[in-house]
Design a protein around this ligand. Structure first.
Ligand code: C2E
Ligand code: MG
Ligand code: MG
Ligand code: MG
Length: 279
């Protein structure tokens, strides 16, 4: 590489960084007002039992539609919400929406489903979280087992004792706790015996090639067996094909969600789906 080339590539990199930073600033500023301006919506993706096909719940997934910037992916704005601190108010808003939705579905005759909400590790470290969850359960008359909180392995990293205390406080409320994207984080398996985990969510990166890639297959089988030995349920994320579904069922995975069943839907579409779904 010549000196000139390196300088150019450096300049390119630096310009790209500036553009990124400018967009990030713009997004954070816009995100500050997104709730008040009614730009955020919670979508719901159904989950079913693999053997019976019965509906077991939905996952709440946040959507942001900005009038000028268009649709912005949570993969882009959630990290920005976390680094700016906005994730506390946004995450609490999602929790409230989910509880409100559980109540609305109960009125519509849809009962016994769980609604799982993604929890940022920053929310998880908020000492006010248990009281907040308790307040929503009471206000919307939600049966605690209907609310599931999805955590990532990262929550146990910084302060393991604090994480165990928070887990215990949430567990005491009767809500269910699951580990999202299981197998992709940095963690020891030690926390699994201390945490009262109800379900492991098998990450879609392992599911994608589960029928063609030997390593992915071995990992998925190991996760299912680990969960079973520890008395936890498993759900596979990102199931897109009947072949993946058949493999997971044969291996004893309990549940699935993915485009094969449905994409995440607006609340109205989700309601229609839940009312008309036939295994
Ligand atoms: P996640 O919690 O692991 O959610 C699963 C993601 O996979 C969702 O992406 C979902 O739309 C997508 N997905 C579901 N089925 C399929 C499939 O069959 N194929 C493929 N290719 N993708 C599928 P989404 O909605 O873009 O969310 C991305 C991530 O953003 C989530 O990953 C979660 O970590 C985060 N996120 C979303 N909503 C919230 C929220 O309310 N709070 C927090 N803290 N994080 C959220
Ligand atoms: Mg999730
Ligand atoms: Mg996931
Ligand atoms: Mg994910």
């Amino acid at each position: 590489r010549t000196k000139k080339e390196s300088r150019n590539s450096y300049r390119f990199f630096s310009t790209h960084m500036q553009v990124q930073t400018a967009r990030n600033l713009q997004l954070v500023n816009a995100l500050r007002h997104a709730i008040a301006l009614d730009q955020l919506a919670v979508y719901y993706q159904p989950q079913v039992a693999l053997d019976s096909g019965q509906l077991i719940g939905v996952e709440a997934l946040l959507r942001w539609q900005h009038p000028q910037l268009g649709f912005i992916s949570p993969a882009e704005f959630i990290p920005l919400a976390e680094s700016s601190g906005l994730i506390i108010s946004i995450g609490n808003w999602v929790l409230e929406q989910a509880c409100q939705q559980i109540q609305a579905w109960k009125v519509a005759g849809i009962q016994g489903l769980s609604v799982s909400v993604n929890l940022s590790s920053i929310q998880f470290r908020d000492p006010k979280l248990p009281a907040l969850v308790k307040g929503f359960l009471e206000r919307y008359q939600v049966t605690p087992e209907c609310l599931e909180l999805e955590l990532t392995e990262g929550v146990a990293l910084e302060n393991p004792e604090g994480a165990v205390a928070m887990m215990d406080a949430l567990y005491a409320l009767g809500v269910r706790l699951s580990i999202d994207d299981f197998g992709t984080g940095y963690s020891s398996l030690n926390y699994l015996k201390k945490f009262k985990v109800y379900k492991l969510k098998i990450d879609q990166t392992f599911v994608r090639e589960v029928t063609s890639n030997d390593e992915d297959q071995a990992i998925v089988i190991a996760i299912i067996q680990l969960a079973r030995s520890l008395g936890m349920k498993t759900i596979a994320e990102g199931v897109e094909t009947p072949v993946q579904k058949a493999f997971l069922l044969a291996q004893g995975c309990d549940e699935m969600q993915g485009y094969l069943l449905s994409k995440p839907m607006h609340s109205d579409a989700a309601t229609a789906f839940l009312l008309t779904y036939n295994p």
